[in-house]
Design a protein around this ligand. Sequence first.
Ligand code: PLP
Length: 383
Amino acid sequence: MNPSEYPEIYLDFNATCPVHPSIRDSLAGWVSSSGGNPSSPHSAGKKARDLIESARISVAQLVHAPAGNVIFTSGATESILLVFYHFLSSGLSPVKVAIPRSEHPATLSAARFIESWGAEILSVQVNPDGQMDLDHLLHILRITPGLSFVSAAAANNETGVLQDPGSLASLTHQFGVPLHIDASQWIGKLAWPALTRDQSPDFISFSGHKFGALKGVGALMILGKGNKPFSSLMPGGGQQAGLRGGTENVLGIASMGAAARLVSSGAVSVDASYRDIFETKIRKLFPDAVIHSCNVPRLPNTSLVAIPGLEAELLVLNLSRQGIAVSTGSACSTGKPDPSHVLIAMNVPLNLIGSTFRVSTGHTTTTSQINALICSLSTLNMD
Ligand code: PLP
């Protein structure tokens, strides 16, 4: 990591993963190979097309899918919106979607968008550990004839809580209901499981910058076999088979392909030991600290901690002055005074929500960085 670009101690990988050095080194080469328009038939166009097609194969491998099922987008936000729009425009009315209350704003806003066009949103409850209440989802599946789809994150960006995509797909498919999975926080931190056809989500969305690619590029995987033809929000000039038009972001896509290869080869992986060292030390330092969701399966890199009496927003600013980057939770919520809707859904008391901060580790994390963070926290004046 280049210290001039990122704080010295970067522990905010759930917000974004710094561009991998090998990707940074490849950028100039990709710029010169992508001089042509990838839709042009001449050799300059073909060079750009080759970069895209090679990335397509690598990105598809992340979720064990055929390359033909990848649509490149500007990121998970767009991928998610494309799925919601697809159901809005091709579903029998009224469209009905079930989503957990703890979803990322990218999903909540896509839901509000289709709601403004008459869709019905069914909110699935979340238990105090941050897991989707599967009994409640089952109830919704049973009592909602014509449920159009279910959308859920495989890993929550704030708590790191996991939702097994295979068992969720098996459940919704029992009712003939398609499943969209937001895998933005899973890809790059955990291997995607090998799934049978019934266990496979119908749509998967994710963003390249969460695992080392440039920002502003993502993918939507369209996997469902029995789905209606995909209705595109932006057919544009017919690129990507008209499913997502517009000249492709060749540089971003090439970087995502390279990041995908690093993830698949194990060169970029997440080591749970840093999270565990941090949590052991924080418990020792602050015996009343609350580590949210620590008793349920969660990402190996994510600690969401509340220290009673602490003002988390001030802490984040304070640590930033010392060159340490952590977060109060969702990157998209930073700077916004509203308390975390994820923690509200988990019934966490408001005072504890204001005392909650997130440490998310990644491939550049070291034990001495965790020690430095703990050392800074030990100097906190809690009076
Ligand atoms: N979904 C989840 C779970 C996320 O964590 C994020 C980013 O924070 C997104 C969706 C949106 O990703 P992007 O901003 O790259 O479109």
